[in-house]
Design a protein around this ligand. Structure first.
Ligand SMILES: Cc1ncc(COP(=O)(O)O)c(C=O)c1O
Length: 391
């Protein structure tokens, strides 16, 4: 028997925030081909598949140098090391992007300095960066969050004027572009993750760094493999073993031609949700602008818990990216020394709903209907709270 709060959809399952098995099913022949080719080649590390992917991804991004590494956090860490960032250095970054950049900063012994974001984009606020730069930092990591390009013309110009290098965190922005220039081609170094849920996803961990500097490319390559200039000749301290493997590289090469198409599909889905959310005054959906790639569909709502619970009742999953701001993480000492009002407001309100490219049109419509119901429910719950407070 159906209990009163359950919709029929709840009984047949919830639309998940992501379902990677769908892409794997549609790519099945492609993937089997890749696995067959690589397993029978006898080369599993640092072979022709990695070289081919580095070449094609570098040219897709629009840079001369691309180096495959083990994952996106390693890409950020190696980028910092390549720029000479280490103990005693200060690195400016945002605090709403899942702690990945902060964990790379801590890993090299440096200290993060947090910059607030713009409420309407969730990306770095140029005015706040300006004040952080004037206090003096050694590097800036700019994250293109949720597939949205940060304001690179302004941010890069500010950093250039201050003589401070820029790392772009492009983990959520493969294929994104601004003014005709791809994410990963704006900063001194671009850092990518190919974690399976990313817009360009592998079948395991993977990452890459991009740069237009031959010298920087060489430093990155050496740092990612023991500090070697050539086999067994170690010329750089701080080297590690972080390599993209042949199977992941071949999977990524096979999937790269689909990236623009699947990004377009993501954008269509997010545009559809944005229309629904715009009907509710207290909530909005972070809209995608031209060139953004809709990695996540993020609703900003003051009543997140109620909206999330209602969505679930209506058969739609949701998640929070991210529930704890970096400066409030236990591992950050003196984390509250600088107020980040926009970051904190977003951290309390963001809610991601399903927007992966393999959703069917029917499911997108179900999410739209559920969003309408849940946001209306959330608004009513807020209103009730206001009424109680005004007693
Ligand atoms: C914005 C951002 N940066 C960095 C990373 C780290 O990537 P990885 O999980 O491959 O280490 C991720 C993803 O997980 C991410 O979303």
């Amino acid at each position: 028997m159906t209990r009163p709060f359950e919709s029929p959809r709840m009984l047949i399952g919830v639309i998940p925030v992501n379902d990677l098995s769908r892409a794997a099913k549609s790519d099945r022949d492609l993937l089997i081909d890749v696995l067959d080719r690589v397993t029978t080649s006898g080369r599993y590390i640092a072979g022709p598949e990695v070289r081919a992917f580095e070449e094609s991804f570098g040219s897709y991004v629009g840079v001369t140098e691309c180096v495959g590494v083990g994952n996106g956090t390693d890409a950020l860490t190696i980028a910092l090391l390549a720029l000479g960032i280490g103990r005693g250095s200060q690195v400016a970054t945002c605090a709403n992007a899942g702690f990945y950049a902060s964990s790379a900063v801590l890993a090299v012994g440096a200290d993060p300095v947090f910059v607030d974001v713009l409420g309407e984009t969730a990306c770095m606020d140029p005015r706040d960066l300006e004040s952080v730069l004037s206090a003096g930092v050694d590097c800036v990591v700019i994250t293109h969050l949720y597939g949205r390009m940060a304001d690179m013309p302004q941010l890069v110009e500010l950093c250039k004027r201050a003589g401070v290098p820029v790392i772009e965190d492009c983990a959520q922005a493969a294929g994104a572009s601004l003014d005709g220039r791809h994410a990963g081609a704006w900063g001194d170094i671009g850092a990518f993750s190919f974690f399976p849920t990313k817009n360009l996803g592998a079948l395991g961990d993977g990452g890459a760094l991009t740069t237009a500097s031959t010298e920087m490319g060489q430093r990155i390559r050496r740092l990612s493999q023991y500090g070697w200039a050539e086999k067994y000749r170690c010329v750089m301290p701080g080297g590690r073993n972080s390599r993209l493997d042949e199977i992941q590289a071949a999977v990524l090469t096979a999937r790269l031609p689909q990236l623009d198409w699947s990004n377009e599909r993501r954008r269509q889905i997010v545009d559809r949700y944005a229309k629904v959310a715009s009907e509710f005054e207290s909530s909005c959906l972070l809209e995608q602008r031209q060139g953004d790639v809709a990695h996540l569909a993020v609703v900003v709502t003051p009543n997140r818990d109620a909206v999330s619970a209602r969505l679930r009742q209506l058969g739609v999953g949701s998640d929070v990216h991210y529930p704890i701001a970096d400066h409030q993480q236990p591992v950050i000492r003196n984390g509250n020394h600088r107020g980040l009002p926009e970051t904190e407001a977003l951290t309390a309100r963001v809610l991601s709903v399903p927007a992966f490219p393999d959703l069917t049109d029917g499911e997108v419509e179900i999410v739209c209907e559920a969003l309408k119901g849940a946001l209306a429910f959330g608004s009513a719950a807020s209103q009730q709270q206001v009424d109680v407070h005004s007693k």
